[in-house]
Design a protein around this ligand. Structure first.
Ligand SMILES: Cc1cc2nc3c(=O)[nH]c(=O)nc-3n(C[C@H](O)[C@H](O)[C@H](O)COP(=O)(O)O)c2cc1C
Length: 383
């Protein structure tokens, strides 16, 4: 099967085309350090022979967090992140290991500072000044350089799911400073941060990619064409993908929706199963854009878990038809971290049963994982 064949992202080879998408475990300790539980989760993924593993959302600041036990990438936590990478690489040195870096913006929890960059939001959110945004940009740059320092193979810049990065890109971002209004201003963050990082990285093979929501399904959100429009128009998202390519980025990780607001669009459930088709359409669109400009940038798709046993065939078909380069699994990487290895070895797999148990744990701010196949999380949800 094509999906089990090697590929590449940037200058790195991937052993197959299966991606473990970022999944927050909410189990950091002592101010955002990976705990034993965090390290154990990634060790299990290391045994799974994924082409790429993207470590869950890691905050670049300690002031705004979505999860009470969220990971934070700073100097203080460096040794612990290094341990995570070292242990992973000791088990499996072939899987490409990326860190997702984020600022939680409006999606920060009540226990931290909720901030917004779009004008006209409720007073619950502190409005970020031009300088605040510059400072956040520097925090991203620092964190990305720390990711390089601890040995990650690259990063996934989170510009999806309603977090700071997504808010920046929205037509609803009508700020009248350099960060808002025109398309050029709303993408300024991206076009400033990438060259600056590139000039500072020592590892020339370090992967730079970003996860974007093609359509957020809110008025003025990503994937609409004006601040007061709600229907989908992918034109701007296409332009963002072109921009990413022209900046020399290595991949776009295609997602959609805003968890907690338009959750089913991000992660279809049994009652909304067919929404996975939107994700297929979005990667196909991204591929068409990149083909047109002869770009080498790769496309990663999302939301395959709902397809259970059929997922691998759909992934294979989409790759064969050139509708995506990689297939990404979120919940499935929780239910069975060994999924790719088991598929290749023809072993019985713990398919995600799409019960939303992991999401419920996350919303309750508890350690998050699969409540069906892992007794620790099963007990947490029931008790
Ligand atoms: C519990 C949970 C945690 C998640 N954490 C992240 C995250 O840290 N970063 C991210 O970009 N997406 C996150 N997601 C979204 C997933 O990566 C994925 O896009 C979504 O679950 C749909 O894919 P699936 O159908 O394969 O699960 C999370 C989803 C769930 C359910």
């Amino acid at each position: 099967m094509n999906v089990f064949k090697e590929s590449n992202i940037g200058n790195l080879t991937t052993v197959n085309k299966l991606v473990s998408q970022p999944m927050e475990g909410n189990d950091a300790v002592d101010g955002g350090k990976p705990s034993e539980r965090t390290i154990d989760r990634y060790n299990r993924l290391a045994h799974g022979n994924w082409g790429v593993v993207i470590v869950e959302a890691i905050s670049v600041v300690d002031t705004s967090l979505a999860r009470i036990n969220g990971l934070i990438l700073n100097e203080k936590n460096l040794d612990d992140f290094k341990r995570l990478v070292d242990e992973f690489k000791k088990i499996n040195n072939e899987t490409v290991l990326l860190f997702q870096v984020t600022h939680t913006g409006m999606k920060s929890g009540n226990f931290s500072e909720k901030v917004t960059l779009c004008p006209g939001q409720s007073s619950e959110y502190r409005y970020l000044s031009t300088d605040d945004i510059e400072e956040i940009k520097q925090s991203f740059i620092n964190a990305i350089l720390l990711a390089e320092k601890v040995g990650a193979d690259g990063i996934d810049l989170k510009m999806c799911h309603g977090y700071f990065g997504a808010e920046m890109l929205r037509p609803m971002n009508t700020r009248n400073d350099k960060w808002g209004g025109s398309f050029e201003n709303r993408t300024q963050f991206l076009s400033e941060i990438i060259p600056e990082i590139k000039s500072k990285l020592k590892n020339q093979n370090f992967i730079l990619g970003s996860r974007i929501s093609m359509y957020e399904a809110i008025r003025g959100g990503c994937g609409t064409n004006t601040p007061d429009e709600i229907t989908e128009d992918l034109t701007e998202q296409g332009k963002i993908i072109e921009l990413m390519s022209s900046l020399g980025m290595d991949y776009v990780n295609v997602s959609a929706g805003i968890p907690g607001v338009t959750s089913e669009i991000t992660r279809p459930t049994n009652g909304s199963k067919n929404l996975y088709l939107n994700h297929f359409r979005y990667t196909k669109y991204a591929k068409e854009i990149l083909e047109k400009i002869n770009s080498e940038m790769k496309v990663i798709g999302s939301a395959y878990s709902i397809l259970k046993e059929d997922a691998v065939n759909y992934a294979n078909e989409n790759i064969k038809k050139n509708y995506t380069d990689f297939a990404g699994f979120g919940r499935m990487s929780f239910s069975d971290p060994l999924y790719p290895k088991k598929l290749m070895d023809n072993e019985k797999t713990n398919y995600c049963n799409v019960c939303s148990g992991c999401s419920k744990l996350m919303v309750k701010q508890l350690n998050t994982g699969c409540i069906i196949y892992d007794d620790y999380y099963k007990k947490l949800i029931s008790g």
